[in-house]
Design a protein around this ligand. Sequence first.
Ligand SMILES: NC(=O)c1ccc[n+]([C@@H]2O[C@H](COP(=O)([O-])OP(=O)(O)OC[C@H]3O[C@@H](n4cnc5c(N)ncnc54)[C@H](O)[C@@H]3O)[C@@H](O)[C@H]2O)c1
Length: 259
Amino acid sequence: MKLALIGYGKMGHMIAQAARLRTHDIVCTVDLFAQDASCITSDTSEMVRAVRESGAEGIIEFSHPASVFANISALIPTGIPLVVGTTGWLDRLPEIAAQVELNKSALLHASNFSVGVNLFYRMVSEAARLMASFEEYDVALFESHHNQKADSPSGTGLDIAKRILAQIPRKTKLVTDSFERKPESDELHLASVRVGSVPGTHTVWFDSSADTIELTHTARNREAFAIGAVRAIEWLCQPLDSGHVKNGIYTMDDVFDSL
Ligand SMILES: NC(=O)c1ccc[n+]([C@@H]2O[C@H](COP(=O)([O-])OP(=O)(O)OC[C@H]3O[C@@H](n4cnc5c(N)ncnc54)[C@H](O)[C@@H]3O)[C@@H](O)[C@H]2O)c1
């Protein structure tokens, strides 16, 4: 498959490597600064022109939380299936969903493309479902990432929190700031730390007066994100069983459900 990469930083380079190993061609790389990108620009029209001229059949976007909304808004009208890994924009998902529907295009987004994290999501959901009937257990979340990460809390942390809130009715509100007071019993605390080179660690605590149950996912490197993003674009470009092309908004849950 011919692929275009928007954002040619650490993830962009790893995705290029993972895609070539799976016999795809990288026909276009767009970045603000990267000297080895095929198109260096901050102009979204120029980005779209480069993507169209490259003949790309799929696009993968890993840029920056400040750029992602403008980038994907400009790319959706091309109708080329688009995978988005950049985090920090999901509050604007309804606007993007409307553009995707209008253009009958396909967009898959995930705060975390690693197979392990997507399995972890399912384990946390199941653990939270079990814990829902045991009121003596409180629950909280902790995430740590490298000190170059632009957004906080992590999109993965927010995804985990959403799954816990969906399963445990006694938790109704997410709190991501530090507490200046005692937490209310219906508040779910998600704490973030930024330090050094940590690729990403997420821990869920279920805590009672008698014991603690801790579930942790630790990313060892970024390879899993890159492979997952390539698998996601392969999945998005595959037609449905009916033979029709996919259109609409998808997540890694859809990829997993089809496995
Ligand atoms: N979903 C996942 O699985 C996952 C995994 C890792 C990282 N991420 C996210 O991906 C994003 C990129 O991560 P990274 O580690 O590669 O960062 P990075 O800083 O190494 O690279 C980002 C690149 O995007 C470029 N860029 C910024 N604005 C741009 C624009 N308007 N057009 C084109 N290029 C632009 C920058 O110049 C830079 O080279 C971050 O938001 C990060 O949180 C997501």
